[in-house]
Write a protein that binds this ligand. Structure first.
Ligand code: 13P
Ligand code: SF4
Length: 352
C-alpha cells in the first residue's frame, strides 16, 4: 500500500503560502519602543482578563511576555493543557492556527483569540479534510491517529490526537492491543514512530517545510568540527538526520535534554525560536541551529517557520484591542474533535 502523496499543485500552493508568510515584514523598533509595546501588551492582557499562551518557536519577546504575565511558553501538548485549566476568560494563542483551534475545542466557553489568523502550518495545509476522510473510509478497520498539527475537521475524523511528546508511547500501547493504524499527516514523524514501535501504520504523505530541510551530510561535517557536541533532533526531521541524534524529542523534551546532558555544545535540529529558551534555561552552554542546506547551497527555511514568525507584539496589541481574530468552530465538528483531543490530554496527564 503506497502512502498518499500530495499532488504537485498542492505542494506548490503550500510553498506559495510559506513564501507569502515569509514576505511579511516587521517594523524595526528601538529598544525603548519595544519596551513600551511590551508594557502596553501586559496592561491590555490584564485589562481584558486574558492569558497569553505561546509556542517555543515564536519571537523571544512574545515568549518572555507570556511568562512575565502569568501565561506560558510551551510545546503544543502543554499549550493545550494550560489554556484548559487557566481561569482567564480569554486565551490568546501565539503560534499557528491549529493551536488556537485546539484551545477553542477544549474551552468553548472561553473567548480564544489568535495573534495571527494567517499563521498556518504545512502539515495542516497538506492534509485537507475531504481527502483525508476519503482515505480513512478506504481503511475502516484501522484506528485513526492524527498529529495535533491538523485542522479541527481532520481531528473530528480521528480516534486519537497526539503530539510528538507522546506519539511513540501511545502508538506502542495501541499496537500492543493489536490495533492497526492510519497515521497523519507527517510522514517523517510517522516513519520514526513506526521504526520505534514496529506498529502497523499507514502513513499520510505530509511534511513540515522547516524540519524536512535539515541535511544529514552537513550536520555530520558540523559534528566532526565539534566532536564534543550533542545533537538534539525533533522527529519531524528526515530519518538520516534523526540517525545522527543523541536525543530525539518534542520541543519540551529537547529543552530538558539540553539542561540534563553533560555537554556544553549542542546542535539543534528544530525551529530556531527554541534556542531562546535553551539559552535562557542553561546559561553558559552553546546552542547552534543544525544546517539546512548542503555545501554552497542557499538555505530556504533556515530553520525559521515563516508562520510562527508572523506573530509579534504589534499584532498582539491590535488583536487585544479589536478582538477580531476570535476562533470559531462549527459546534458539531468541535464536539467530535474534542473527544480525541481530550483522550490525548488524559493520556499525557496519566504519563505525568
Ligand atoms: P511540539 O509539539 O514539539 O511543540 O511541536 C510542534 C510543532 O509545530 C513542531 O514543528
Ligand atoms: Fe508547522 Fe513546521 Fe511550522 Fe511546526 S515548524 S508549525 S510543523 S510548518
Amino acid at each position: 500500500m503506497r502512502m498518499p502523496q500530495l499532488s504537485q499543485s498542492d505542494s506548490i500552493s503550500i510553498a506559495d503560502k510559506a513564501r507569502q508568510a515569509r514576505s511579511v515584514t516587521h517594523e524595526t523598533l528601538t529598544s525603548t519602543e519595544r519596551q513600551s509595546l511590551r508594557q502596553q501588551s501586559g496592561e491590555l492582557l490584564a485589562h481584558e482578563d486574558a492569558v497569553l499562551v505561546a509556542h517555543y518557536y515564536v519571537d523571544s519577546e512574545l515568549q518572555e511576555l507570556a511568562e512575565e504575565t502569568g501565561g506560558c511558553v510551551a510545546d503544543s501538548l502543554e499549550m493545550a493543557r494550560f489554556g484548559l485549566t487557566h481561569p482567564a476568560s480569554t486565551v490568546v494563542v501565539a503560534g499557528v492556527r491549529f493551536m488556537g483551534e485546539t484551545a477553542k475545542i477544549l474551552s468553548p466557553e472561553k473567548q480564544v483569540l489568535v495573534v495571527e489568523p494567517q499563521a498556518e502550518c504545512s502539515l495542516d495545509l497538506g492534509c485537507p479534510s475531504a481527502a483525508f476522510s476519503a482515505f480513512c473510509d478506504q481503511h475502516p478497520e484501522r484506528t485513526i491517529v492524527v498529529y495535533a498539527n491538523t485542522s479541527a475537521e481532520v481531528k473530528a475524523r480521528a480516534d486519537w490526537v497526539v503530539t510528538s511528546s507522546i506519539a511513540v508511547d501511545l502508538v506502542a500501547d495501541l499496537a500492543a492491543k493489536g490495533e492497526k493504524m492510519i497515521w497523519a499527516p507527517d510522514r517523517y514523524l510517522g516513519d520514526y514512530v513506526k521504526r520505534q514501535t514496529g506498529a502497523d501504520l499507514l502513513l499520510w504523505g505530509g511534511s513540515c517545510i522547516v524540519h524536512e530541510e535539515f541535511k544529514a551530510e552537513v550536520l555530520l561535517n558540523l559534528k566532526h568540527q565539534h566532536p564534543e557536541a550533542k545533537v538534539l533532533v525533533h522527529p519531524e526531521s528526515p530519518a538520516s538526520v534523526i540517525e545522527l541524534a543523541d536525543i530525539v524529542g518534542s520541543t519540551s523534551q529537547l529543552i530538558l535534554a539540553a539542561q540534563e546532558l553533560d555537554s556544553s555544545f549542542f546542535i539543534v535540529a528544530t525551529e530556531e525560536g527554541i534556542l531562546h529558551k535553551m539559552r535562557q534555561s542553561t546559561p553558559g552552554k552553546t546552542f547552534v541551529a543544525a544546517p539546512t542546506a548542503g555545501e554552497g547551497a542557499t538555505c530556504v527555511s533556515c530553520a525559521h517557520c515563516p508562520w510562527m514568525k508572523m506573530n509579534d507584539l504589534q499584532r498582539l496589541i491590535a488583536v487585544l484591542k479589536a478582538k477580531d481574530t476570535q476562533v470559531h468552530i462549527d459546534e458539531a465538528i468541535r464536539v467530535r474533535a474534542a473527544v480525541p483531543i481530550q483522550r490525548m490530554v488524559a493520556y499525557g496527564q496519566q504519563r505525568g
